[in-house]
Design a binder for this molecule. Structure first.
Ligand code: AMP
Length: 597
């Protein structure tokens, strides 16, 4: 469609009329960030004024920011647990939200070892859809011609469960892919994906991945971008190709679908796509049998312009591996979102991962920011008093994100630390700094210090009983050189009996640690997006050397604490040079989609 060139967006000339509207919307929201935020909070407070939660704080119908902030406390998930549990158990009265809770979104953040349950209301889907609809218009500003080909995106759903009260509990992306918004999306030439919806909606991850990869291979020349939501997902797809290319090539050669793909909807959808193509099969076999997989993505999909994948935050650890497989293709991190709410988008998606900033969209929810400093001297109470509005954050400062949502979370701490890098119009742009209290992460799992501590304690009980052996020190790191990545825990042990634990016992220790980790970790192990946990036993005195090293680099002897997670190369080298034995978990820990309790 011809675009009126007299009305270019401040972001750049739009690719089509639809894009112009989207870009104008971004401009309008960001120009009026503060008044949009005021309106959003007003709307939320008006509609939820009669909820049990808000009545508790006696707002008496006030919808202004000052009253809200002076009366409503800043909370964590644990503070809301009684309300969440009542809703999960079937209480349909307006507890948090006047609109009925339509489902729970299961966050990858955990509480007491289980996924957090985030309340969602029906109309949240529209808000998420709105943010998605802005991504392609922004991308079109930087990468022309995306309407001339397709996107190979690996999208998956996960198993759903029901709460005792009958509400669905599932990940936010599962909810979105199963919605009419996704299934009945209108054709958009700039957003055509190679994966059939039937494959995305198949809960069996092998059949889903197999079909999505097969379609990607068949349409290899049409593919202009390759992606997954997170970097770990894309690497999983590459690993899948490594393990399954022979069967995939066989299907392409014969035009008949692998019998292990049994889902009737998938089989039906593939009848037209899969036809015998010996030439393509030869090419796949030749490319994949090469032991050197450097640049495999661009060899198989030669027209790929970029990888569409989040590599900020915990995913940054995968950048070198993705660069290796893709021959240094640019990586576009397009959005920043969570189960609680979607937050914002990257207005310059082609910048280097280290320079990515997200512009929070003021219409998504009401945002507040709690100043964050690393060596904290101030109490939580003092910090709460310093909470600032979206429009008032200062460039260079770090903040903890706090949100109030339409579904009824009020002044809720998300747990993300963000740094302000600048503004687009009146809306601040943030670098994702890190998740608070996360030590280890491979996929969507997030393990904190106390969880790791509990896991080490649980495993070391096995040693103490039979071998009178103690774990005197430990540290850990996320090893992403293997696909999937896995947790490595370094142990220094002290034995009173002089008897060294057998290999079998050490393996049981690995499994005991895994059994103690949270349900997101255990699910990741079951679905093979996290590899077996490894214990590396180091020789006696290693942790003392580690301390000497830290002190030689300026750490204070009085304040030195063993880091419970390491990533600095010289420290890793020191530890690895002292390893006396390595042990892996022999099987997967228990996990079931049913929620406990
Ligand atoms: P979940 O609730 O499981 O959807 O996880 C949401 C969390 O994932 C956020 O609070 C962030 O910690 C992290 N996250 C989401 N998007 C990004 C991003 N673009 N970059 C870095 N971390 C992200």
């Amino acid at each position: 469609m011809a675009v009126d060139s007299t009305t270019p967006s401040a972001l750049g000339p739009p690719a089509c009329e639809k894009d112009r509207k989207a870009l104008e919307f971004i401009e309008e929201m960001t120009r009026n960030a503060d008044s949009v935020q005021e309106r959003v909070l007003g709307e939320i407070l008006r509609r939820n004024s009669d909820t049990e939660y808000l009545r508790r704080f006696c707002l008496h119908g006030a919808t202004d920011r000052e009253t809200f902030k002076s009366k409503v406390p800043v909370v964590t998930y644990e503070d809301l647990l009684p309300e969440i549990q009542r809703i999960a158990n079937g209480d349909r009265s307006p507890i948090l939200s006047s609109h009925p809770i339509s489902e729970f979104l299961t966050s990858s953040g955990t509480s007491a070892g289980e996924r957090k349950l985030m309340p969602a209301i029906e109309e949240d889907l529209d808000r998420r859809q709105l943010l998605y609809s802005l991504l392609t218009p922004v991308m079109n500003l930087y990468v022309p011609g995306l309407d001339k080909g397709k996107a190979l995106y690996f999208y998956f759903i996960k198993t759903e469960s029901k709460t005792p009260g009958g509400l669905l509990a599932r990940p936010v992306l599962t909810s979105y892919y199963k919605s009419d918004h996704f299934k009945n999306r209108p054709h958009d030439p700039y957003n055509v994906i190679t994966s059939p919806t039937e494959a995305i909606l198949c809960v069996d991850s092998y059949q889903s991945m197999y079909t999505q990869m097969l379609c990607g291979l068949i349409m290899r020349r049409d593919v202009l971008r390759v992606g997954a939501v997170f970097a770990s997902g894309l690497l999983k797809a590459i690993r899948f190709l490594q393990l399954n290319w022979e069967q995939l090539a066989r299907d392409i050669r014969t035009g008949s679908l692998n019998p292990k793909v049994t889902d009737p909807a998938i089989r039906n959808s593939m009848t037209k796509t899969l036809t015998p193509n010996p030439e393509l099969a030869d090419f796949i076999a030749e490319s994949c049998s090469d032991t050197n997989w450097e640049g495999i993505v661009t060899r198989i999909w030669p027209n790929t312009k970029y990888l569409d994948v989040i590599v900020t935050g915990a995913m940054a650890q995968y950048i070198p591996t993705l660069e290796y497989y893709s021959g240094n293709l640019p990586m576009a991190c397009t959005m920043y979102a969570s189960s609680e709410s979607y937050f914002g988008l990257n207005l310059e998606p082609m910048v280097k991962p280290s320079e990515v900033t997200y512009t929070l969209m003021p219409n998504m929810c009401y945002f507040e920011f709690m100043p964050h400093v690393d060596d904290d001297v101030e109490s939580e109470e003092q910090k709460k008093k310093q909470l600032v509005e979206l429009a008032d954050v200062e460039v260079g400062k770090e903040y903890e994100l706090i949100i109030t949502t339409y579904a009824g979370l009020c002044r809720y701490k998300v747990g993300d630390i963000l740094r302000v890098t600048g503004f687009h119009n009146a809306a601040p742009q943030f670098r994702f700094v890190r998740r608070k209290n996360v030590l280890l992460s491979i996929d969507s799992d997030k393990t904190d210090e106390s969880e790791l501590q509990a896991a080490v304690e649980s495993a070391s009980e096995l040693l103490l009983k039979e071998y009178d052996t103690r774990v005197v020190e430990y540290t850990s790191y996320a090893d992403t050189n293997t696909i999937p990545g896995h947790y490595v825990v370094f142990w220094e042990m002290m034995t009173a009996s002089g008897k060294l634990p057998t290999e079998e016992v050490m393996e049981s220790c690995c499994l005991a640690m895994e059994e103690k980790l949270n349900s997101v970790y255990r699910q990741g192990r079951v679905i093979d997006s996290i590899g077996p946990l490894e214990i590396r036993v180091v020789q006696g005195g290693t942790f003392e050397e580690l301390m000497d090293y830290a002190i030689s680099r300026g750490a204070s002897i009085n304040q030195y604490k063993v880091p419970r997670c390491v990533s600095f190369t010289p420290i890793m080298e020191l530890l690895d040079a002292r390893v006396v034995s390595k042990h892996f978990s022999p099987s997967v820990p228990r996990w079931s989609p049913e929620r406990r309790g």
